[in-house]
Ligand binder design. Structure first.
Ligand SMILES: Nc1nc2c(ncn2[C@@H]2O[C@H](COP(=O)(O)OP(=O)(O)OP(=O)(O)O)[C@@H](O)[C@H]2O)c(=O)[nH]1
Ligand SMILES: [Zn+2]
Length: 340
């Protein structure tokens, strides 16, 4: 089935970035290879050559195709990044334009508030809406208590308890993957991500390919990374998606711990560490039982980790920027005709 632009997730936020002329048409990136992009447009699957290093694109990006040349990615609505594997901390793009981040955990020992907060901070930094999916509800005596605990973490999030092996239960997730909506799932191994994805999409065999036209002839592209949901939306599932770490989430941490950051503004000292300082509003709230001391500890830990990650990533980003500038200067070809 050939999708429409709207069903691919094209919105006014992207439309207003470009003036389409002649043969130009928007393409959603479905896979990023070393020197080639797979995409899907109103005309069907297409293979594109990137305008710069392939690393500047992510699954879910929108580009403008002129023939088989891709423009640089249009400005993203959301952006999920992580630190690359190993100890160097280059930020790595995982996915773009994901509307909802499904944070999957189970109604059992996997359920862990600190981990949820970490994912929520990352979600807030990416710009996605958080959806907490509590699986294995069928194996818990009291799934509602897990929903309650998760819901307490943020008014922005929706928490749902399901049995991921039950078709009807999983169907409750369709509002987040219908009408061109893009959903991505994160969570520990074994919590049920694959089970959910297979029920939301028709393609069980993830290696199944679709045919695509290419300048060099016909070849096979796989739709493994951006999978069509039965309900009319999309699921992003990339290897990187499965192993996310907190990066550049300063705003995210502040958002998840808004109650604490708000309180901290009332401390007597600007640089209050909320330990033994006089006039500490946070300690007063803890002593009064309004705030959990553990929560303060988790906040400290996340802030510290995030500060460290952001510093090293920032250094790398400067390097990436210089590299990009070189590419930009060398290649004026096939760029999107942006209005601004
Ligand atoms: N009873 C029950 N079993 C579930 C549920 N969700 C997942 N499972 C089972 O848990 C096992 C692991 O599920 P997966 O979907 O493979 O988990 P995953 O998150 O994709 O794991 P990774 O691929 O390792 O990241 C499978 O045997 C599922 O059938 C649930 O809600 N209820
Ligand atoms: Zn304080």
């Amino acid at each position: 089935m050939i999708p429409t632009l709207k069903s691919l997730g094209w919105t006014p936020a992207f439309a207003r970035q470009v003036d389409l002329v002649d043969e130009d048409h928007p393409v959603r990136v479905t896979a990023v290879h070393r020197s080639r992009l797979d995409g899907l447009s109103e005309k069907g699957p297409i293979s594109l050559s990137p305008v710069g290093p392939a690393g500047m694109y992510a699954v879910g990006d929108w580009v403008i195709a002129t023939g088989h040349a891709a423009s640089e990615p249009l400005e993203r609505v959301t952006e999920i990044t992580r630190r690359a594997a190993g100890e160097d901390s280059k930020p790595q793009l995982i996915a773009a334009n994901v509307d909802t981040l499904g944070i999957v955990t189970s109604c059992n020992a996997d359920f862990n508030i600190a981990r949820l907060e970490r994912y929520l901070a990352m979600c807030a930094a990416s710009g996605c809406l958080p959806l907490v999916i509590l699986t294995k509800a069928d194996q818990s005596d009291d799934p509602a208590s897990y929903v309650k605990q998760a819901q307490k973490l943020s008014t922005l999030l929706t928490a749902i308890a399901i049995n991921a092996t039950d078709e009807e239960d999983v169907a409750r997730l369709t509002p987040w993957c219908s009408d061109g909506q893009t959903l991505a799932l994160v969570g520990s191994s074994g919590v049920g991500k694959t089970t959910i994805q297979n029920r939301l999409t028709d393609v069980i065999d993830t290696t199944q390919g679709i045919r695509a036209d290419d300048a060099k002839g016909r070849h096979t592209t796989t739709n493994r990374n951006l999978r069509a949901a039965r309900a009319g939306g999309w699921l992003i599932d990339t290897p990187g998606m499965r192993e996310l770490r907190l990066v550049d989430a300063t705003t995210g941490v502040d958002e998840v711990f808004a109650d604490l950051t708000e309180l901290a503004t009332q401390c007597k000292f600007n640089d209050c560490a909320h330990q033994t300082e006089p006039g500490c509003a946070v300690r007063v709230a803890i002593d009064a039982g309004d705030i959990d001391a553990d929560r303060l500890e988790r906040w400290r830990k996340l802030e510290k980790e995030n500060r460290f990650n952001t510093a090293t990533v920032g250094e790398n980003r400067g390097h990436m920027k210089r590299l990009q500038k070189m590419y930009d200067e060398g290649q004026a070809r096939g760029k999107a005709k942006r209005k601004f």
